[in-house]
Each structure stands twice: as structure tokens, then as C-alpha cells.
Design a protein around this ligand. Structure first.
Ligand code: AKG
Length: 332
């Protein structure tokens, strides 16, 4: 088997074709043991400073409050207005999406944080480095790549909350769809342990769906786009593909690919970083209803270039000027 140390910077035609046709691809064993160790260090640092983040959430605790009709802890002005979200969720009476807990298992938390690279130098070094940026350029087939942002998704043992099916673009303030997300697990992810599931070809549906509140199919108030079909009710009809993964593997999906995740019914942690890259030419476009991004630049108008410090150009290492929106060339 090929060692990740010798993993070619060049992706294979089959990998690029899979991404183009299906909207996702699993890159097996692409991270070295040193990279995995470094990312685990980054994860530990991110967790130990979780409370300091302007947009970290204990999703399980927040969801418990909402669905138990308790007051929600709305800490700090930059976080989501959880009280308003709670009111909307209760008004629509939509179920919380969760898998049944395993018999005798502990109950864990689903922890989410955004923009982790801004306070965790190990993650910044990796995310802004050439390896993943180079893969992005090949998958998106564009000459220059910008780092958009990241999220950290931790599902502790017994964190049975699911992530409702969604596309990522409706959460991003961008004027084109040419981007991809690298989902990097730091432990083995098996059936029932929090796998991500993708709908093959959904990036070619030519649809944008409303961003949802993540653990329920309720769209964010004011979100634009179509209503997401009820995929959870009938995953077979959509051909959902849940992927297992090992440390060293990286799953990549397109900004428009519909995906969601299982709860973690296992007795081990499931921790992943999700790194987002886009065509360097993309510009700002305000996305009504998308969650606030307290670490992004404020006051931008539609069509403004993105801020190079907040969304650095990572491929190649030279600066370019933006020429406007671009869309991924989708195979017919
Ligand atoms: O890690 C998860 O459970 C969800 C991941 C996800 O939805 C994403 O990376 O966009």
C-alpha cells in the first residue's frame, strides 16, 4: 500500500472524475502520521480553548434546552440568537434529529466551532499549507485557491444528534459555487459512529436549499433558497452514501453536495476538522439568513473582494486580483 509520505501531490484522474461526477470523493491515506499527530494536537488545543471562541456551541446542550422547553443559554452578543432560534423551532414543532442511543451507552455532546484556525496555529499551518490547497486546485480545476474558513465537529461517545441534510454554500457569503470542503477525521469512523453521508450527484441538481439549523430540518429564519426535501424520511430514495474513514483519509465534497451525518452511537470519540476552500476569484455576496460570522470582515457590499487576511490565497503563493463570480464546471 502507498504510504502517505509518498502520496503524490497529483490526484488521479479517477479521484477527480469521482468528485466531478458524484460531488464527493474519499482520498484514502493521504495524510502522514506526522500530519495526523499535528492535527490531533490542534484538536486538543481547540477543545481546551473552546469557550474562548466567539462561535463555539455545545449543540447537544442547546438542543436539550430547546426541546425540553427550558430557557436557552444565549452567551455573548456574537453567538447565534439562540433564544430566537428556539422560538422558531418550537413554533414549527419539528423533531430533533437523533439516532437512538446504544443500550447502556454514555451520553455525549456534539460540539461545533467555526474559524478555529484563527486561534490554533497548528491548524492554521496545515490549512494554509500547500497540500490541501493543491488538491483543491485540482478538484475545482482553477488556477488559484482561497481558504474560506473551517469548522470543528466533535461528536463525543454517545452524541447521538444527527446533522440534518444540507449544502454548505447557503451558509457562506460567496457569489459563486466553486468550492470544496475537506472533512478530516482524526479517529476511525464506522457505521453508527457519526459517518458523513452524501447524495451522489446532488451538486448537479442546479438547486440551492435554505440553510437549516443543523440538528433539525428547520431552515434558519430568513434563509434564501428552496426547501430541502425530507431526505431523512427516505434516504434510500436519494441513494445516500455513508462513508467510513480512517485517520489519514480525507473526504471531500463540493459546496453544493447535499450531505448530513449520523449520530455517534459508539463508545469512542468522533472528531473531525472541516476545511473549506474556494476559487480565489469568488467575491462577497450577502446570504440572507446565513449564520453570523463574527470573525469575518463586516461592512462588505455584494461584489466586494474578500479580505485576503481573513480568507487568504493559498494556491499558488502569489496574489491575484478578483474578476468576479465563478461557477464550478459541472460535467453534463
Ligand atoms: O461532522 C459532521 O458531523 C458534519 C459535517 C458537515 O456537515 C460538514 O462538514 O459540512
Amino acid at each position: 500500500m502507498q504510504s502517505a509520505d509518498q502520496y503524490p501531490a497529483e490526484l488521479t484522474d479517477a479521484q477527480r472524475r469521482h468528485f466531478s461526477e458524484h460531488g464527493y470523493v474519499r482520498l484514502r491515506g493521504v495524510l502522514t502520521t506526522d500530519e495526523i499527530a499535528m492535527l490531533r494536537q490542534a484538536m486538543a488545543r481547540a477543545q481546551s480553548s473552546f469557550e474562548l471562541s466567539p462561535n463555539s456551541y455545545n449543540v447537544t446542550v442547546a438542543a436539550d434546552s430547546v426541546w425540553n422547553h427550558e430557557a436557552v443559554d444565549d452567551r455573548g452578543p456574537v453567538k447565534h440568537d439562540l433564544a430566537a432560534l428556539a422560538a422558531a423551532i418550537r413554533a414549527y414543532d419539528l423533531p430533533r434529529l437523533a439516532d437512538p442511543p446504544a443500550d447502556g451507552g454514555t451520553r455525549g455532546n456534539f460540539l461545533l466551532d467555526t474559524g478555529v484556525w484563527r486561534r490554533v496555529p497548528e491548524l492554521a499551518k496545515f490549512a494554509l499549507g500547500e497540500k490541501i490547497a493543491g488538491f483543491s486546485a485540482q478538484l475545482l480545476n482553477v488556477p488559484a485557491i482561497r481558504y474560506y474558513d473551517d469548522q470543528m465537529f466533535i461528536k463525543e461517545a454517545g452524541a447521538v444528534d444527527r446533522a440534518a441534510f444540507h449544502q454548505d454554500l447557503p451558509y457562506f457569503h460567496l457569489d459563486g459555487n466553486c468550492g470544496c470542503v475537506f472533512w478530516i477525521p482524526l479517529n476511525s469512523v464506522r457505521a453508527g459512529g457519526g459517518r458523513v453521508g452524501y447524495i451522489p450527484g446532488s451538486h448537479r441538481w442546479h438547486k440551492m436549499f435554505k440553510a437549516n439549523v443543523f440538528i433539525s430540518e428547520l431552515p434558519f429564519p430568513g434563509a434564501e433558497g428552496e426547501t430541502m426535501p425530507q431526505i431523512e424520511a427516505n434516504p434510500e430514495a436519494y441513494g445516500v452514501q455513508y462513508l467510513e474513514a480512517e485517520p489519514g483519509d480525507v473526504l471531500v465534497h463540493h459546496f453544493l453536495t447535499v450531505h448530513g451525518s449520523e449520530g455517534n452511537r459508539s463508545n469512542t470519540l468522533r472528531a473531525a476538522f472541516s476545511l473549506r476552500y474556494c476559487d480565489a476569484e469568488l467575491r462577497y455576496r450577502h446570504r440572507p439568513g446565513a449564520p453570523a460570522q463574527p470573525q469575518h470582515k463586516t461592512g462588505l457590499k455584494d461584489g466586494d473582494p474578500l479580505d485576503d487576511d481573513i480568507h487568504p490565497i493559498v494556491w499558488p503563493k502569489t496574489r491575484r486580483t478578483g474578476k468576479g463570480a465563478s461557477n464550478f464546471e459541472i460535467a453534463a
